[in-house]
Design a protein around this ligand. Structure first.
Ligand code: KG4
Ligand code: ZN
Length: 441
């Protein structure tokens, strides 16, 4: 049978997106109109501005997605289903996308599929596999060696690359798999049991990790890298690379909910870490002011905190935030093992998933041998002996899957793909569905 073709629409936040994707994993088109320039001067997303920009932009975005998909003489009639984000997100923004999708679906007499935005982030990995540079021979220990190498997020990924690689043997995660959703809006660790069944292992008790990156970047007055995708978080990552002494502030920065403090709760927390960054910046600024005044400098001439120290603090913050993620993922994996769940992979998704330190840390966590019980040296010797006698079985390595950075941030490709996955299970929605701005998984 011919593959299904889905149109996806995503307007949950501040990007207006449409895409056409097929059930045999081809991305026929993807169009994204960002509103970044509208919100950035306001210091955050303004819902009313987002709403109006979606209303202005969505028709042309959908038109472009259909045209670029090159659907042949049937044009839009070749579309088999229309998928749209119902939530969670900004109510008015969601409404624009949902209404457009419902109207299109009804007018064309096509099935409509309402999609959970976070579910779509999680399922992205079943459409696209890993970055090409992360692909390694999984049948050998090379995987472990390769995993220890820090990976940088390539920015050159294109739709053409994706379509070209389809013929290859890229692995797609089988259920159940773990998903770490780390973005500006969410910080979650989930078990994906099936297309429509998830268990939340951990969410944040205060701020999202993206917010912590963004606020820390602002606090440190990190220059915005114009034209660079990823926002302040990506700028912070870049800035921290220049740190010569990344350990300078480590003793003043907490690792949240850390095992060290015996806090084994399955929760994320970033407010304390963020506050520590603010406190250090304030303290350093005061010291710089005092030192400047002592040298007779005018307050305007005093740099608020010298750049070397700012880089060190950025690196320290990133280290603590990412270590925190890593510890919770390790606990999550342990929990799954205790439950007898055979987890195939860890999928990292969301904007912060672009961060190379996040990726390399998760690769280490997933490659680490199972936690060893403490054994007496006698037992250890016995075990070694047994191991020498038995053929060594390959250790189960949990594969780390990072969808290409572009598909880790908000996009309509993931919505169209989720629509296909749901449609194939018969999960279709009526034309009168409503938005769900707050929608637990
Ligand atoms: O998924 P996303 O594009 O939007 C939603 O929040 O839904 O995530 C955006 C967040 C922002 O907070 C941004 O600063 C952060 O992801 N981010 C990063 C990096 N790239 C984007 N944080 C850390 N390192 C990065 N390289
Ligand atoms: Zn998102």
């Amino acid at each position: 049978p011919r593959p299904l073709i889905a149109l996806g629409i995503e307007t949950s936040c501040d990007d207006t997106c449409a895409a056409v994707v097929t059930s045999d994993r081809r991305i026929l088109s993807e169009v994204l109109r960002t509103q970044h320039h509208l919100h950035e001067p306001m210091g955050g997303i303004v819902p009313k501005l987002a709403h109006h920009a979606h209303m202005r932009n969505l028709p042309a975005v959908v038109q472009e997605a259909i045209q670029k998909a090159d659907l042949g003489e049937r044009g839009i009639q070749a579309i088999d289903l229309i998928a749209v984000t119902r939530g969670p997100g900004l109510a008015h923004s969601l409404g624009v996308g949902l209404n457009a999708a419902k109207t299109l679906a009804a007018a064309l007499n096509k099935p409509l599929i309402g999609v959970h935005h976070m579910e779509a982030h999680a399922l992205t990995a079943r459409l696209t596999s890993q970055d090409p540079h992360l692909l390694t021979d999984q049948s050998s220990d090379n995987k472990v060696a390769a995993a220890a190498e820090p990976s940088s997020a390539p920015s050159h990924w294109t739709r053409a690359d994706h379509n070209k690689r389809l013929a290859g043997s890229d692995p797609y995660p089988a259920f159940p798999f773990l998903t770490l959703l780390v973005s500006g809006g969410h910080t979650m660790l989930l078990i994906a049991h099936s297309v429509d069944r998830y268990t939340t292992l951990a969410t944040t008790v205060d701020d999202s990790i993206g917010d912590a990156f963004d606020k820390s970047a602002r606090e440190l007055q990190i220059p915005w890298l114009a034209g660079r995708a990823g926002g302040p978080g990506a700028s912070l990552e870049e800035f921290a690379k220049g740190s010569k002494n990344p350990e300078r502030y480590l003793d003043q920065l907490p690792i949240p909910m850390s095992l060290r403090n015996n806090k084994r709760e399955m929760k994320f927390s970033f407010a304390g870490l963020k506050a520590a960054v603010t406190r250090i910046v304030k303290q350093e600024t005061q010291e710089a002011e005092l030192a400047g005044a002592a040298r007779g400098l005018h307050p305007n001439e005093i740099e608020f905190m010298d750049i070397e120290r700012r880089r060190d603090l950025a690196a320290g913050f990133q280290h603590c935030a990412v270590t925190h993620l890593g510890q919770k993922v390790a606990q999550g994996l342990e929990h799954c093992r205790e439950q007898g769940l055979d987890i195939s992979s860890l999928v990292i998704s969301g904007g912060v998933g672009r961060n190379a330190t996040v990726r390399s840390t998760m690769e280490q966590v997933c490659a680490a041998p199972m936690r060893q019980e403490k054994k007496s040296s006698h037992q250890q010797k016995q075990k070694q002996k047994q191991q020498q006698q038995q053929p060594t079985l390959p250790k189960k390595v949990i594969q780390v899957i990072c969808p290409p950075p572009k598909l880790c941030t908000d996009n309509a490709v993931m919505i169209a793909w989720t629509g296909i996955e749901r449609f194939q299970l018969g999960l279709v929605d009526p034309y009168d569905i409503d938005i769900v701005p707050k929608w637990p998984l």
